[in-house]
Design a protein around this ligand. Structure first.
Ligand SMILES: [Fe+2]
Length: 388
């Protein structure tokens, strides 16, 4: 007996007869029983909306071929297995970003295939275990803001798009848009780019031009029109007070709204040469309350859920008087993430890192903290003891 159901109702053990409706490219080559959750996730990512299932076959116990879905090659890899790959990828991203900025500065051509292949590798790492690269977004080096910011926006945007269950081609497109969005900043003088205080009107004019410079470079690279539009909108705001065009409301696309949220979040949580980054909770509050008219509030709410109360890579103080780094959200209880304990406040000593699932622990998070509050060189410790 055949029945059409939305893909969200599909379960392991059901027998897929055919696709009823889909937006993306057809990748199911044969009918069969669904044997893994990864196959269901892959169907959703490929834009399948509804499917026809055969109820008479879903309870058959003998082995039958699974639908030939092409799931991502690897998924749900443990954090510990992905983190060293993610650390190398993060480092490679900074090197590539520097080379692209230098090329843009000299007016040399940039082959789009190179950043595209890199961001495709980023998305693959996120598919294997998003927490590894998310953790890397919190490892900041002094004076590397320009390199790290675009890389982090790529990671956060791809992760956000995955959270919104956007199709694979859009996840890839947003990752590449994030990676390239600030390339025009190479034309802004350092004294304006890194000025601690408020920019003068004249300096602001120069700063705003980084969007136009960027677009010019991207057009020379042959970047698709929709990506140019997304990147050109990363400083536009819904109330019309953004730049460079003062676009407002519906003039700003969903991708433009997403990149604006992620760009702002990363910029205000980043450590800069002249100030420490703001805690994530404060940054999210600014996006949600203090500047609510500027950002798409529905998307901001989704982003807050995606990032979590205690974002991956952030530091927390536990009731055991120990400091830990968050390495995974707990979907059912955002207040009790999986953490790695690495420092004792009482004895002021680093500890051998130990993983604790706070859902099953007597200890709880007391508060989010910054490494600077405890004079911790967390970056060095992370590189030597966690991302080995
Ligand atoms: Fe920018």
């Amino acid at each position: 007996m055949l029945k059409t159901i939305p893909v969200s109702d599909l379960e392991v053990g059901m027998y897929v007869d055919s696709i009823a409706e889909q937006n993306g490219n057809l990748k199911i080559k044969s009918r069969g029983r669904v044997t893994t959750n990864a196959a269901i996730t892959a169907m959703k990512k490929q834009g399948i909306v509804s499917i026809v299932i055969d109820l008479s076959k879903q309870l058959i116990k003998e082995e039958e071929p699974s639908p030939e879905v092409e799931p991502p090659p690897e998924q749900d890899i443990p954090f510990v297995d992905e983190i060293s790959k993610a650390a190398k990828l993060h480092e490679k991203g900074k090197v590539l970003q520097r080379r692209m900025l230098q090329a843009a500065d000299k007016g040399l051509p940039i082959d789009i295939a190179i950043p595209k292949e890199f961001t495709s590798n980023l998305v693959s790492s996120i598919d294997r275990n998003p927490n590894a690269l998310l953790c890397m977004t919190k490892i900041r080096e002094k004076d590397s803001y320009l390199l790290e910011h675009s890389l982090n926006v790529a990671i956060l945007l791809a992760n956000f798009a995955n959270y919104l269950e956007m199709p694979e081609d859009e996840v890839q497109e947003l990752a590449l848009s994030g990676f390239l969005h600030d390339i025009g900043k190479i034309k802004v003088p350092d004294e304006i780019l890194h000025k601690p205080g408020r920019l003068t009107d004249q300096e602001m004019v120069i700063m705003r031009d980084h969007v136009y410079y960027g677009i010019r470079v991207l057009e020379d690279m042959g970047i698709p029109e929709r990506m140019i539009e997304t990147i050109s909108q990363h400083h536009e705001r819904l109330d019309g007070y953004g730049y460079p065009d003062g676009a407002r409301g519906d003039e700003i696309t969903k991708f433009g709204r997403m990149i604006a949220i992620v760009d702002t979040y990363d910029a205000i949580t980043a450590d800069r040469c002249y100030k420490a980054g703001m805690p994530s909770q404060k940054a999210l509050k600014i996006l949600h309350e203090e500047t609510a008219l500027k950002y798409d509030q529905h998307l901001v709410e989704q982003f807050i859920k995606c990032i979590g109360v205690y974002p991956v890579g952030s530091l927390v103080k536990l009731s055991s008087e120990k400091i830990a780094v968050v390495i995974k959200q707990n979907e059912n209880n955002p207040l009790k993430p999986l953490v790695k304990v690495f420092y004792s406040v009482r004895s002021a000593h680093y500890l051998q890192p130990v993983e604790i699932d706070l859902l099953h622990s007597q200890y709880r998070v007391e508060k989010a903290v910054l490494a600077s509050e405890f004079k911790l060189d967390f970056n060095r410790y992370f590189n030597e003891s966690i991302a080995i």
